[in-house]
Design a protein around this ligand. Structure first.
Ligand SMILES: C[S@@+](CC[C@H](N)C(=O)[O-])C[C@H]1O[C@@H](n2cnc3c(N)ncnc32)[C@H](O)[C@@H]1O
Length: 360
């Protein structure tokens, strides 16, 4: 603009950067206060610092066993790949790089907000289609894209670090928040709805079948008893119920834990896992994916699944082994593939991951 030009009335004043959330002490502790971690591009040195401590920066996700996935599924230029669980896009970026511009990646996720964020982070590449869709419906994705089959079907089951760390999603026992637990906000019933209405028998069965929680009967009874006094709506309340059911004092448990060499599982971890799997029908969706997957693969196509729970891994193993026995698959992984110690140290969240693959 020339100095003599009239002022431009449409010009906006320069935007001030938003003020960071105030926190007491020297370090932000809760999820929302970690403003640097929510903007990792601006603080690249923080990534290395957190990774040396085995921590995942807030609102990011570290992909698991990437090398093993690529070695076994062998994405090649011009392949058509479906990533059934886009998440932060860690595995997807590796696929995109290898299939090149002649290839095509179909990226699914049920979580609308994370899907949109990842689409923007990946710069919405021309050879990627993003679908807010459950992987139980991969056959629909195939027909919507007018494709005759996939070269690779990949799924990295469960939830992302972004989902588990955000207290507003209510998926973790670590920070208090509403007991929502839905990955897909189109699902009608939240964890709170189920905790306040299911019968004691159904709650006990859920805890036993979805997480092998040995105190399933005590916890189910405690849920039903406590909800008559006050509806269960917050994660802290569910944590207290589990401690009450197990007869453990929270303060004493925290003190004992500080001295443990190897960290034991949080007493409420299995209850949270089971409720999350129930809310999102994770086993039902996995079974449907495994049922339709062979019909959506091209001959010679590869399927790979990472699971984080022994029950899910068993379902994947049997599906692939039965598939080979019935002539649906040519071959499958002989042994389950797990992360090495180096990966577990760098990313402790990978510790329970199990990877299996099969070829049609
Ligand atoms: C473990 S994360 C995937 C992380 C991803 N591989 C990465 O590298 O960032 C799992 C993702 O799958 C999504 N998800 C879980 N179950 C799903 C389903 N049945 N259909 C579609 N997406 C699902 C979750 O919303 C979450 O974003």
């Amino acid at each position: 603009m020339n100095a003599n030009d009239p002022p431009d009335n449409d010009a906006q004043p320069p935007q001030k950067p938003p003020r960071r959330v105030r926190y007491s002490g020297t370090h932000p502790k809760n999820y929302k206060q970690k403003y640097k971690e929510h903007n990792m591009e601006a603080y690249p040195e923080l990534k290395a610092h957190l990774s040396a401590k085995g921590k995942t920066p807030a609102s990011t996700h570290i992909p698991v066993m990437t090398k093993e996935v690529l070695d076994c599924l062998k994405p090649m230029p011009s392949d058509v790949v479906i990533d059934c669980t886009l998440g932060y896009g860690g595995h997807a970026s590796e696929f995109i790089e290898r299939i090149g511009s002649a290839g095509k990646l179909i990226a699914l996720d049920v979580d609308a907000s994370e899907l949109q964020r990842t689409k923007e982070r990946l710069n919405n590449p021309a050879n990627v289609s993003f679908h807010r869709s459950n992987f139980a419906g991969i056959a629909n994705a195939l027909s919507k894209e007018n494709l005759d089959g996939f070269d690779i079907i990949f799924a990295d089951l469960g939830i992302s670090s972004m989902q588990i760390d955000d207290p507003d999603r209510g998926m973790s026992y670590k920070n208090n928040g509403p007991l929502d637990m839905r990955m897909d906000d189109r699902i009608k019933q939240t964890a709170a709805d189920l905790l306040n209405t299911l019968s004691e028998k159904k709650l006990a069965m859920t805890l036993w079948e979805l997480s092998d929680e040995t105190d399933y009967e005590h916890i189910a009874r405690q849920i039903v008893t406590q909800r008559t006094d006050k509806p269960i709506t917050q994660t802290d309340h569910l944590v207290q119920i589990v401690f009450d059911a197990k007869g453990i004092n929270q303060k004493a448990w925290r003190q004992r834990r500080r001295t443990e060499k190897k960290r034991s599982l949080h007493p409420a971890a299995l209850t949270f896992q089971a409720m999350r799997m129930l809310v999102n029908d994770e086993i039902g969706c996995l079974k449907e994916l495994l049922r339709v997957a062979p019909y959506c693969l091209k001959p010679g196509g590869r399927i790979g699944i990472i699971s984080f729970h022994s029950g899910e891994d068993r379902i994947v193993k049997h599906s692939f082994r039965d598939g080979v026995r019935n002539g649906i698959y040519k071959t499958t992984a002989k042994e389950v593939i797990v992360p090495d110690n180096k990966e577990i140290n760098a990313n402790p969240r990978s510790a329970s991951a199990k990877f299996r693959w099969a070829v049609k």
